[in-house]
Design a protein around this ligand. Structure first.
Ligand SMILES: [Zn+2]
Length: 211
């Protein structure tokens, strides 16, 4: 859906958004850049910037609230737990992509989270019909767990599971929303061109050796 717009908006405020799913964009906050694996959520202010860049936090009031997290007690330890969870989620996603189920422990962890922190929902009119919308409250850093568990559960139970994929050339994961379902890399700019050049050079080499 965003295929055309993707090029322009791949990087927002130093963060990568190519996954079509916030939870996968969250997973992609530790990409491998030229200088090696890079932690983009390096501190609480970075997490706050990511929340705003991702569009998860969008109203002025919410932005003010999350910006106050910089000095909130427990914010740093929350971030540490969040990053640990992200790595367990990565393991689960890699298993999904490899055709197997996430570990029983991870399923239980997500289930506990869903039970402890279910999102509130409301009805809203949208384009002439009624939609049920989930509400997320961002008063404290730990309120983010509601969103994280909800999105993680949606991802793990995704019906079109083979559209959850890792880039063929790097560690970035994405949800393929292309019509044909044939997306192979995180982005044309980052890996697509690199792969095309490599394939071209390989063909050229092979062509030369046949002669
Ligand atoms: Zn890539």
């Amino acid at each position: 859906m965003r295929a055309g717009a993707q090029d322009a908006e791949e990087w927002v405020d130093g963060f990568l958004f190519v996954a079509n799913r916030p939870i996968l964009d969250f997973l992609n906050t530790r990409p491998v850049l030229a200088e090696g694996p890079t932690e983009l959520l390096s501190d609480v202010p970075a997490l706050v910037r990511w929340l705003i860049a991702s569009g998860i936090v969008s109203s002025a009031g919410e932005k003010r609230l999350v910006q106050s997290w910089r000095n909130a007690p427990g914010a740093a330890s929350f971030l540490k737990d969040l990053i640990t969870f992200r790595e367990r989620l990565r393991e689960a996603v890699l298993r999904l992509e490899g055709g197997s189920a996430p570990s029983e422990e991870f399923m239980q962890e997500v289930n506990r989270g869903l039970l402890e922190r279910p999102p509130a929902t409301v009805l809203r009119k949208h384009e002439g019909r009624i939609v049920r919308e989930r509400l997320f409250d961002f008063e404290r850093p730990s309120d983010l767990w509601t969103l994280i568990f909800d999105e993680a559960a949606d991802l793990l139970s995704e019906p079109e599971i083979d559209r959850i994929r890792q880039c063929e050339a790097c560690v970035v994961h994405f949800f393929d929303t292309s019509k044909k379902g044939s997306r192979r890399w995180c982005s044309m700019n980052l890996c697509g061109n690199k792969l095309k050049v490599a394939a071209y050079q390989r063909r050229k080499r092979e062509g030369e050796s046949e002669r």
